[in-house]
Design a protein around this ligand. Structure first.
Ligand SMILES: Nc1ncnc2c1ncn2[C@@H]1O[C@H](COP(=O)(O)OP(=O)(O)OP(=O)(O)O)[C@@H](O)[C@H]1O
Length: 305
């Protein structure tokens, strides 16, 4: 299956909050939807889920509109949608039956997911008596109970401790391996980085970067180098490079003790190495820059106050 989001525009009152969002994702892949607070991630997801309509643009599954009722979708909304006063097992089975599952199958699947997510012991408890993280895991069980083909998760890691985040990460990876189509928004770059082939970064309602993560990293790293000097901290190194090597490189940033440098056009890595050696500097590390997703995110979406 292929889900295509085409040129979405969305206005709330007079304000346009999405200015033409387009991307696509296929079965067996996960797309990470990234962006700072208020960028437009949840609005995009709600349009995909048909919670509300876009002012213009289309959401198509294998070229077809209005697919949301025809396909098995697991949706974890940002605002959690379960009933606080109802028992965990009753509501998961009830909602699964509403989505077309037989009660016996729903019970079996619910037990599997509660067990898998480590909350089986709370099956008979009212949801509101569980901790925030455990409520989140129940919500995830509810999302996955119907064996969905399309999984859309809005901030799934919210409220989870590192151990539970790892459990969820494993579950999502497994779903991708089983051929599910996954979209999720998250601020947890490390997890996005681990299992998303593709990413989209939204900034103020516009895509500022999108595509295959490996390619994006390669592009960001191209002609960029990192340099650290013994007995100088990162700021001092940046200052020194700006003073002494401004003809050869532009300083792009700083990562701890390292200055991130971009070679000027026509300048080679070798020329820079020679210049560093001639300046008699005590070079501690010098090499190709490998950006993390966090670096890429900050550079692409970091201009917003
Ligand atoms: N129902 C609404 N009415 C008016 N404005 C809205 C509504 N929903 C969202 N917005 C606005 O749309 C913009 C995008 O919001 P959205 O919730 O999509 O951002 P987000 O990227 O999911 O942010 P966060 O990471 O904080 O959840 C924001 O400026 C927000 O205030």
């Amino acid at each position: 299956m292929r889900l295509e989001i085409k040129d979405l525009h969305k206005q709330f009152g007079e304000t346009e909050v999405l200015h033409g969002i387009s991307f696509s994702v296929e079965s067996g892949k996960a797309l990470g939807l990234l962006g700072r607070n208020g960028a437009g991630k949840t609005t995009t997801i709600r349009i995909i889920m048909d919670v509300f309509k876009a002012n213009s643009g289309q959401v198509l599954l294998d070229g077809q509109p209005a697919w949301q009722q025809k396909v098995n979708i697991g949706y974890l909304p940002e605002e959690r949608g379960l009933y606080p006063k109802k028992k965990v097992n009753e509501q998961i089975v009830y909602l699964a039956c509403l989505r077309g599952m037989k009660a016996a199958d729903a019970k079996k699947s619910m037990r599997y997911w509660l067990e898998r997510l480590g909350v089986a012991e709370y099956e008979n408890r009212k949801l509101e008596t569980l901790s925030k993280g455990n409520q989140q895991k129940v919500q995830l069980a509810q999302t996955l109970v119907c064996n969905p083909d399309v999984i859309i998760l809005d901030e799934p890691f919210s409220g989870l401790d590192p151990v539970n985040s790892q459990v969820l990460k494993d579950v999502i990876s497994e779903q991708i391996d089983q051929g599910r189509l996954v979209i999720f928004s998250s601020h947890q770059m490390n997890y996005v980085e681990e299992f998303c082939e593709d990413i989209v970064i939204i900034n103020r309602g516009q895509i500022v970067l999108g595509g295959n993560l490996r390619e994006i990293k390669k592009d960001f790293g191209r002609d960029r180098l990192v340099l650290s000097l013994a007995d100088r901290d990162g700021e001092e190194t940046v200052r020194l490079v700006k003073e002494q090597f401004r003809e050869l490189v532009t300083v792009m940033g700083q990562r701890k003790e390292q200055a991130i440098l971009q070679l000027k056009p026509e300048i080679s890595k070798k020329q820079l190495m020679t210049a560093l050696a001639e300046a008699d500097l005590d070079v501690e590390s010098f090499g190709n820059y490998e950006p993390s997703l966090n670096d890429i995110f900050v550079e692409s979406a970091g201009d917003q106050v």
